[in-house]
Design a protein around this ligand. Structure first.
Ligand code: SAH
Ligand code: SF4
Length: 409
């Protein structure tokens, strides 16, 4: 028998937020549910009998037309518009920097309103990845992250705070504002814009943060994004990526019903404990069980398993075979992510040759998407390590971002 060397595993730490969101004196209506909008209309003096109709109108102006001013809302009287403007705003995160790459990928630095204690603004990143027929928006859920995955730059940062539903849904509004992606809007003339009616057709919750540690806000925001009377992006085109918060995977199935991506990255608990320390709390067997039970998963609606390629860590052919074995019986597809290095990291990206060999094993087992990888040689990728929007995007980062846009729909 061979003895295995025990490496000191990364400690499992759930970071507590440094700040709690405090709403500004004049809050934004973005992110409110229909019920909350009805209460807001009550505050503005609208009698109960009229509120339902007014909520419909507000919803239409905010989420279908993309209004940024109450003055636009011409189906409502001047007095009501003034009463609303006195108490509320339609503020969404503000674009403070934009980078457009040669392939049309757009990266925005979005500024959130500061918190009342510090008054310091916070920035999150949001990335738009256009293709000929679709445009995918990568949205953040936290400033920093609750967790400490060792290969992820965000994992080394502190968790500043959870984003609100308004700030999460607001990223979609800010992107659509920037792209002229509202009825009658003017599209940018540079970069790549998909040929269809809409610029943003798909959403991935793969920006900063662990969405299932900000469950309620993420759920409320996705319900807004998918609402057919507003933004109207189908839940089949919205993918939530998680490092494996098992109890909330079940909740996501019951309360959200969007597509699921799992950041797996290792097929053995010993290694996954190191790479994704949350694994010590919810080990692989529990995670697989949660995936098996995820409602709606089928060959047409497969769960994506993300696997970051780390040289000499998790990229052996034996690992590839074990991966295929592990996913047996689960409607799955596999996204191989070339590791995107960051200053100070101890990991390296696997050699291209090795990625190809690994990819071939995965493809031969039938796990690569038959639609997008006919020969199985394309390397899928996602990226949770977004750098500042003012820094130049590297070729690898662009590739990772592009591949992140790969979903079936
Ligand atoms: N917190 C969630 C979603 C954001 S991260 C999650 O972990 O799933 C989105 C994806 O990018 C995850 O699969 C994550 O593991 C991966 N990722 C993080 N850092 C990376 C890096 N440096 N290179 C490549 N992929 C990375
Ligand atoms: Fe957080 Fe995801 Fe990065 Fe892990 S990979 S630290 S869960 S953002």
């Amino acid at each position: 028998m061979t003895s295995t060397v025990q490496t000191a595993s990364a400690p499992f730490v759930e970071k507590a937020p440094l700040e709690l969101y405090v709403a500004p004196e004049k809050p934004s209506l973005i992110g409110l549910s229909r019920g909350e909008l009805s209460d807001a209309l009550g505050d503005a003096g609208v009698p109960p009998a009229q509120r339902k109709m007014r909520v419909q109108q507000l919803w239409h102006w905010i989420y279908y037309r993309g209004s940024t001013s109450f003055d636009d809302m011409t189906t409502m009287g001047k007095d009501l518009r003034a009463a609303l403007a006195e108490r509320f705003t339609l503020a969404r995160p503000e674009v403070v920097a934009e980078q457009v790459s040669v392939d049309g990928t757009r990266k925005w630095l979005l500024r959130l309103e500061g918190d009342s204690d510090t008054k310091l603004p916070h920035d999150v990143e949001c990335v738009y990845i256009p293709d000929t027929e679709r445009g995918t928006l990568c949205v953040s859920s936290q400033v920093g992250c609750t967790l400490t995955c060792t290969f992820c730059h965000t994992g080394t940062q502190r968790l500043v705070r959870n984003l609100t539903a308004g700030e999460i849904a607001g990223q979609v509004l800010a992107a659509r504002d920037r792209l002229g992606d509202w009825p009658g809007g003017t599209r940018p003339t540079d970069g790549v814009i998909p040929s269809g009616e809409r610029c943003v057709t798909n959403i991935v919750m793969m920006g900063m943060g662990e969405p299932l540690y900000n469950f309620d806000a993420v759920r409320d925001a996705i319900l807004i994004m998918s609402d057919g009377e507003g933004i109207g992006i189908s839940k089949r085109r919205i993918t939530l990526s998680t490092s494996g918060v098992v109890p909330n995977i079940e909740r996501a199935g019951a309360e959200i019903g969007c597509m699921l991506a799992i950041s797996l990255h290792a097929v053995r608990d010993e290694l996954r404990n190191e790479l994704v320390p949350l694994n010590r709390k919810y080990p692989i067997a529990q995670l697989m069980e949660a995936c098996r039970n995820y409602p709606g998963a089928s060959n047409a609606r497969r769960i994506t398993f993300e696997y970051v390629m780390l040289k000499d860590v998790n990229d052996s052919i034996a690992d590839a075979k074990a991966l295929v074995q592990l996913l047996k019986g689960i409607p799955a597809k596999i996204n191989l992510i070339p590791f995107n290095p960051w200053p100070g990291t101890k990991y390296e990206c696997s050699d291209w040759d090795q990625i190809e060999k690994f990819s071939q094993v995965v493809f031969d087992a039938g796990y690569a998407s038959p639609v997008r990888t006919p020969r199985g040689r394309d390397i899928f990728a996602a990226c949770g390590q977004l750098k500042s929007a003012t820094e130049k995007m590297s070729a690898r980062e662009r590739m990772a971002l592009r591949a992140m846009a790969m979903t079936d729909e």
